[in-house]
Design a protein around this ligand. Structure first.
Ligand SMILES: Cc1ncc(COP(=O)(O)O)c(C=O)c1O
Length: 469
């Protein structure tokens, strides 16, 4: 057999767990025993165990070994989105805008981390930026950076995407002030007011805000926690409406956390070709896969239909305000829009990020971050199962930052938002993720932050507040 030894071991043990031969709580053979009995290296066994841990099959307990995890994944996912797939202008209310502003940090208890330690990756990043600033000489501060962004950073990003199968060179990228600006430039470049834009429902509220301010009609297409945008629904809607662009987050979409299957990705691109629309890919969560980083949709794009947008906001730092866009045939237009929109991004911050990536700091940070997030996801899931006073269905994504919860129909999460705020809790009600009157009994909860005692108590208290209706 040509498989790597760690893959053989992973497959054998995964099957034993999935077929129920090893039950929840059962202890797996120790690393030392496996090395001795199967003549394997410690690295091989640990690699297999780490991968199974990232998939949520097993858990490591300090000083006790590896154990089969309770099968959280076997739960039924929340229901898929059920919007009216009819184009309409959206109007985001002031209340929603306030909630969006409050919830952008994804933290249920913003007061919980006043004394938290800076993560090692961020310390390293800050050093790179400080070094880049120290190296700024003479009158460099008097000049703007290239409007498309610092070449060294574009080079680093292009190389990362090339490794994922995307035919992108440095000149195909433009550095932006985050992914939100990249999405804005993408929509500006390929749409005009009144055009129809298909989006996931439930889907990212930032896109609804952009559509509102650009006068675009939003066509909500159902999305499900286990498979993302529903391709049959999109194909059906395309028969009736002239869609100009489709904004999609194939990897770990917010709020549902869905990962779009391969077949759906190919079908989306075929539909784009057939109906002549642009696919705007939001790849902001791609680097936060707990297991293998999925290639972007862009990797399948052979006819220049996909505009790729991303940023390091979720994977590294929201405060850098650095993202990018690769717009293919629309790149010249995007470059022009970026220039009139903001001239340039800060050069020393781009330089610092580029050095950080080049020195391997970003990959080291991602390795730590992914395992932390997988653990935080499980802790949140266990908390919901154990401490909430009513049963709740939720997604269990293999990456990203959020769970999508479906609560009993009687619960109104928007109503609860205000009560939660009185207790210092910030939640993201389901109503935020649509331009229609839907998902009132749904909620996005984030596991982006460590579960210290105050946050654990906040989730428990939230369960009590929601139980009040
Ligand atoms: C799906 C998605 N896209 C884009 C953004 C905006 O990202 P940035 O902070 O890089 O502008 C967010 C932030 O919440 C997001 O969740």
């Amino acid at each position: 057999m040509s498989d790597f030894l760690y893959l053989q071991l992973e497959r054998e043990f995964s099957e034993a767990i999935e077929q129920g031969r090893w039950g929840a709580g059962e202890r797996l053979p120790s690393v030392r025993t496996l090395c001795r009995e199967r003549q394997l290296s410690k690295a091989t066994v640990l690699h297999a165990y780490n991968r199974m841990e990232a998939r949520g099959l097993i858990e490591a307990r300090a000083k006790a070994g590896y154990f089969v995890r309770g099968q959280l994944d076997s739960r039924p996912p929340p229901a898929a989105g059920n919007p009216d797939s009819v184009p309409a202008l959206v109007s985001v209310s002031d209340v929603m805008r306030d909630i969006m502003t409050q919830s952008a940090a994804f933290d249920i208890l913003p007061s919980a981390d006043q004394r938290a330690e800076t993560p090692p990756g961020v310390i390293e990043l800050n050093r790179s930026i400080a070094r880049a600033l120290r190296h700024q000489r003479g009158l460099q501060h008097q000049y703007y950076d290239a409007p498309t962004g610092t070449p060294a950073l574009r080079e680093q990003l292009a190389r990362r995407y090339q490794r994922l199968g995307c035919a992108l060179a440095a000149d195909d990228l433009n550095i932006t002030a985050g992914c939100q600006q990249a999405l804005f430039l993408a929509l500006m470049a390929c749409c005009k007011p009144g055009d129809v834009v298909a989006v996931e429902s439930p889907g990212f509220y930032g896109v609804l805000q952009l559509a509102e301010s650009l006068g675009l009609q939003v066509l909500e297409i159902p999305a499900a926690a286990d498979s993302g945008l529903n391709m049959d629904s999109l194909a059906e809607a395309l028969k009736s409406w002239p869609v100009r662009a489709c904004v999609v987050t194939p990897a770990f979409a917010t709020p549902s956390g869905s990962l779009m299957p391969q077949a759906a990705r190919s079908r989306l691109l075929a539909l784009a070709e057939q109906h002549d629309f642009v696919v705007i890919e939001d790849d902001i969560y791609g680097d936060l896969a707990f297991d293998q980083r999925p290639p972007p949709l862009k990797a399948l794009d052979h006819s220049g239909r996909v505009i790729l947008c991303g940023s390091v906001s979720k994977s590294l730092s929201r405060d850098l305000r650095l993202g990018w866009i690769a717009a293919g045939p629309w790149q010249t237009q995007v470059n022009r829009l970026k220039l009139v929109n903001m001239l340039a991004c800060s050069r020393f911050i781009q330089r610092g990020l580029s050095d950080f990536i080049g020195d391997g700091g970003y990959d080291r940070h991602l390795r730590r971050q992914r395992s932390l997030l997988a653990d935080q996801r499980d802790q949140l899931a266990e908390l919901l199962d154990r401490d909430w006073p009513f049963p709740v269905r939720f997604s269990l994504p293999a990456g990203g930052l959020t769970l999508w919860l479906e609560l009993p129909e009687a619960v109104d999460t928007l109503n609860c938002y205000r009560r939660a705020r009185d207790h210092g809790l910030i939640i993201t009600p389901g109503a935020l993720f649509t331009g229609q009157k839907r998902y009132q009994h749904c909620l996005r909860l984030s596991f982006a932050h460590p579960w210290n005692e105050p946050r654990r108590q906040a989730v428990t208290l939230l369960g009590e507040l929601l139980a009040e209706g």
